[in-house]
Design a protein. Structure first.
Length: 151
């Protein structure tokens, strides 16, 4: 009986150390993935999110088929320019953020021009709400709200 208990303790201790070692080896890799997408992440398949965005806009603003045909390339152009900008590794993030804001403002202006007065009013109201929730696009993101940051 005593030998059985001792073997059980040894097994439990061995399992504990095995999991501790595995956690120590794998933990940093798992935590690193939580900080952001993997380096080879390219976002959603090209066009997929544009289709979803256009569908949402069509429903929200009751876009006509003609308006949809005009707005889709504007959304695709915004997506393409933003993707190209973030793919450009020669620019530091603090230079990219103002450019992303400018690309978006340009797209918003072009989309607004396609809308009727009623649609435009609703669209501009929605954009103002989004803008108030969006981080400041004039510079890189700041520290977390608690003022903390990486140790």
């Amino acid at each position: 009986m005593e030998t059985k208990r001792r073997l059980s303790r040894i097994r439990m201790t061995a399992l504990f150390f095995l999991f501790a070692v595995a956690g120590g080896l794998l933990g940093p890799r798992l935590l690193a993935r939580q900080d952001g997408p993997p380096p080879d992440f390219q976002g959603p398949p090209p066009g997929e999110s544009v289709k979803k965005q256009l569908s949402r806009m069509t429903h929200r603003y009751e876009l006509t088929p003609s308006q949809q045909e005009t707005i889709k390339p504007l959304l695709e152009d915004e997506r393409k320019k933003t993707s190209e900008l973030f793919a450009n590794t020669s620019l530091p993030p603090e230079e990219k953020f103002p450019q992303v804001g400018a690309i978006h403002k340009d797209a918003v202006a072009k989309i607004s021009a396609v809308l009727t007065d009623t649609q435009r009013s609703k669209f501009e109201e929605d954009e103002a709400k989004r803008e108030s929730r969006r981080p400041d696009m004039d510079g890189p993101p700041g520290p977390p709200p608690d003022g903390g940051g990486p140790p």
